[in-house]
Design a protein around this ligand. Sequence first.
Ligand code: DLL
Length: 436
Amino acid sequence: MSQYFQPEIETASREEIKKLQDERLAKQVQYVYDNLPYYRNRMENKGVRPEDIKSTEDLHKLPFITKDDLRDAYPYGLLAKPLSECVRIHSTSGTTGRRVVAFYTQHDIDLWSECCARAIVAAGGSKEDVVHVCYGYGLFTGGSGLDGGSHKLGCLTLPMSSGNTERQIQFMEDMGSTILCCTPSYAQYLAESIAERGVKDKLRLKAGIFGAEAWTEEMRQEIEKALGIKAYDIYGLTEISGPGVAFECSDQTGMHINEDHFIPEVINPQTGEVLPDGEKGELVFTCITKEAFPLIRYRTRDICILSREKCSCGRTHVKMTKPLGRSDDMMVVKGVNVFPSQIETVLINQGFQANYQIIVTRDKSHQDNIEIQVEKTPFMAQDQTFDTAQATKKLVSGLKAMLGIYAEVKLVEPNTIPRSEGKAVRVIDKRNLYKG
Ligand code: DLL
């Protein structure tokens, strides 16, 4: 069983990767200039011509593309191939305005599947595995993406899609699923349901590939323990293809970005300045192999750190940390930047599970209030000696230390916060700060 899906690319020397990126970038910029009037105008406004871009050092000369540009250009303004050459669309579940629609040629789908196959192999998968895909299928990229990777690798693929937990568990048992692919919050829900039914020992699961939403190291440990598996992170976004832009390896210290297809940069979200490796900022991607929807310097809004330190798995591609927040999802409460992941860390450190909701309101005197509803674990709920007042007080003080502000805490009974089959809804911001 190989440790890599495409060893020649995944373990290429840094010089080889750089050379490949330089060649592909120059070619791609010319292609985009020739085929996307929307971006050509941008380049002309900035006074950049395709021949100015010879290597990755020249990337900073190019203009950024933002989600607003995608909405402006909806539906075909950033499509670089005739529709007759496209074979698929996917679309994001945007919260405001128009949805973002991404297009794919067959070539795009093939390369995307390879990226996902690399992720499955990195999680210990081979053609002997039974890959249970319960990311949603449809416009969301999760289901099709992992499905494509699983096919590419030759695994037996169970295209379960999300929902119907009873049937998920039954198939896991009957088909002997070995690799589970879903959001981490659904993995946690599945783990709870499996525990309730007492069927953990009948399952053959060995690994999980979880992504599409933020999850903490603590949540990983919980899922690994509850399901008796290794849990690997996977990252991606519809605009850039879908899952598999980056994936975790056995080292579990960040995700390797598939640099032969996507060149990452980290920038200061306020100024757009490119930051060196090791500094925290907004992740930006340039696609150097895509045909239909070839975004250049796309601002993801995800905050992370890049590292080129040697990895024990032997892969040489740059690693990104888990997204540490989003430059747009970050809440500013009482003037302080608050990320849901910080809150989650406190909860889990104090023995709670990641079943919580954050409710932000603004009162008549324009003061922000933040309330965190947290489920007691089933054990706490049954434990006669559990002191709710004391536990609440401890959470309030832990949150104060982490966030620097007071947050009200309400402990609620197990299974009272709505579960999600896809991405969890963690934040309910009732302040309507972004409307009209
Ligand atoms: O969530 C693609 C995907 C599907 C990734 C399945 C992994 C697994 P979108 O719906 O376009 O695409 O959402 C993209 O989700 O910008 C991040 O903010 C967030 N996200 C994706 N993966 C992770 C992750 C898919 N591993 C947006 N950790 C991205 C944290 C993630 N956030």
